[in-house]
Every structure is written in C-alpha cells, then in structure tokens.
Design a protein around this ligand. Structure first.
Ligand code: SF4
Length: 281
C-alpha cells in the first residue's frame, strides 16, 4: 500500500525536551519520579519505567530523590509541597505551557476573571487553574453559565486546542454579557502545524491513521479534525490495534501522529502498512 506521512507529526520540542531530561537524569540517579505520566503515551512511559522512572500521581507519594515536572507542568501548590519535602526538582514544563501559566496569573493580578478554554481534567489546564485563585474553565457552550455577568474577562486557551474550537468558543463567550474581554492567543503553533498538515493530507488519501494515545488531547484533536474531512479516519495507539479488514479496497493511506507519539511507533506502523498486501500483488 502507498503510505504518505504528514509533513509535521510526532514529538514536539516540549515533549522531546521532557524525554531527554528524563533520560539524562535516569542515567545518573536511581530515585527518579515523574509527577503524572511524563507524556500521554503508554509505550514511552513503560520504556522509561524499565530505566527506573517511577510515575506517581500525588506529591504525597514522593519522599526523596528527584522529581521531574512533565511538559504539561504542575500547579505552584504542588511545587511548594515538593520544596517542603526537600526533593530535587527538575522542571521540564514546556515554555509555551509556562507562558499560559504566567499570563493567567498576570490577568488575575490585573483584575480580570480568568477564563481558560479547554478540558478541565487535562493536567495542563489543572496546572494553569492552580496558578490562579479562581479561574473558570469553559469546555463547551454548556459551561457558559459559569461566567459572571458584566465582568472583565481575561481569556486564554489550552495550548493544544484547534483554532476552529478556540474561535467557536470565543464567539460563544462574546455573545454573552461582559464589561471587558481581553483575549490572549495561547495556542501552540507546533500543534496547529500538525493539525494543518494532517487536514491537508487526509483530503488526499483513501484512509487516514492518527497515531497516539487515546488520552492525548492533541492526538484526539488531530483525529477529530481529520474525521471532518475524511470519514475513513482511525485513531490508533499502534500497529497491533489495526483491524486489517479496513485496509481492503484502499490504495493510499495517510499517517499522522500526536505530539506525544514516539518515532518508533510511527516507523513501525508505516513499515507494516507499506508491506501490507505486497505479497499478493
Ligand atoms: S504540544 Fe506545544 S505546548 Fe504542548 S508540549 Fe508540545 S510544544 Fe509544548
């Protein structure tokens, strides 16, 4: 089968940096923790666990050693607790996520009601909320009732959301009542480039694959966008998940991957897909 890989896909610089920091620390130390999975990819988490990285979900589970703050960041309250414990903190928060945290704090200090557009359960959003006293998270139109009337609203967005979603939510908020609306574009260009190149590719192929964890927000967003333009879009974690029956009758496949999908998963998938049906030709 002919396979075309999206021009921009796979690890972004924020994820690459977090992984390489983890590998460096693991080469030097034994007692190393990640506060939450280092990235939303089970295969990568398992690979680093074999090298000794212990993933914990709560600060309370850490007593000593070194703690890596993943690219999604952590709330100041969590960092303060870690400092109290006297553990070594290595901060791999992506600079773009740091920027949102900083902007949210500034907006609040300037008297705005901070509004974060995104998924309130995502670790990045939870950390940004933690940088404010009282931010609200708006995931969709059903959350608009959380906005106070006639307030000065300061808006930011979860970095990996799409432009379409951001503008839809901006429109919905702007139709409500407020006295001032300040909007800071905090979308990640890396994520947007991946979305644009995936959309371009999915229009040219018979079948489209989006590789990455089902928990990864940016991968889910890619799959959602591709489905709009190519109904034959499948979001899979790796080659083993593919039901080969869906390949019959298809000649050209497109492949893209989220920012947290390791290169080896993409390479294995592409190699197997290219070989698919070769024996019967
Ligand atoms: S997707 Fe963007 S914001 Fe998220 S870690 Fe990568 S570079 Fe940073």
């Amino acid at each position: 089968m002919k396979v075309i890989v999206a021009e921009k896909c796979g690890f972004c610089h924020g994820v690459r940096n977090a992984i390489s920091m983890a590998e460096k620390i693991l080469a030097q130390e034994n007692d190393v923790y990640s506060l939450g999975p280092i990235i939303h990819n089970k295969n990568m988490v398992e690979r680093l666990a074999k090298s000794g990285l212990k993933t914990v979900n709560k600060v309370e589970e850490i007593r000593s050693g070194t703690v890596l703050i993943r690219s999604h960041g952590a709330a100041p309250e969590q960092i303060a607790k870690l400092k109290e414990k006297g553990v070594n903190i290595v901060d791999a928060t992506c600079v773009l996520v740091k920027r949102v945290q900083h902007i949210a704090g500034e907006l609040e200090r300037d008297g705005y009601k901070v509004v974060i557009i995104g998924d309130e359960n995502h670790p990045e959003v939870r950390a940004v909320v933690g940088c404010t006293e009282d931010a609200v998270v708006i995931a969709d139109e059903s959350d608009l009732h959380k906005l106070p009337e006639n307030a000065r609203l300061g808006l930011v967005c979860q970095t990996t959301q799409s432009r379409e979603y951001f503008s839809r939510m901006l429109g919905a908020i702007a139709r409500g009542s407020f006295s001032e609306l300040k909007v800071i574009n905090t979308l990640c260009q890396e994520a947007i480039k991946r979305q644009q190149s995936a959309v371009q590719l999915c229009k040219q192929v018979d079948i489209m694959f989006v590789l990455g964890s089902l928990e990864s927000a940016n991968t889910r967003k890619l799959a959602e966008l591709c489905k709009k333009y190519n109904s034959e879009t499948f979001h899979l974690q790796n080659w083993n998940e593919l039901d080969k029956n869906i390949l019959f009758g298809k000649n050209v496949a497109g492949v893209t991957a989220g920012a947290s999908t390791p290169e080896w998963i993409i390479a294995e998938f592409v190699k197997n897909l290219e070989a698919f049906g070769a024996g019967s030709r």
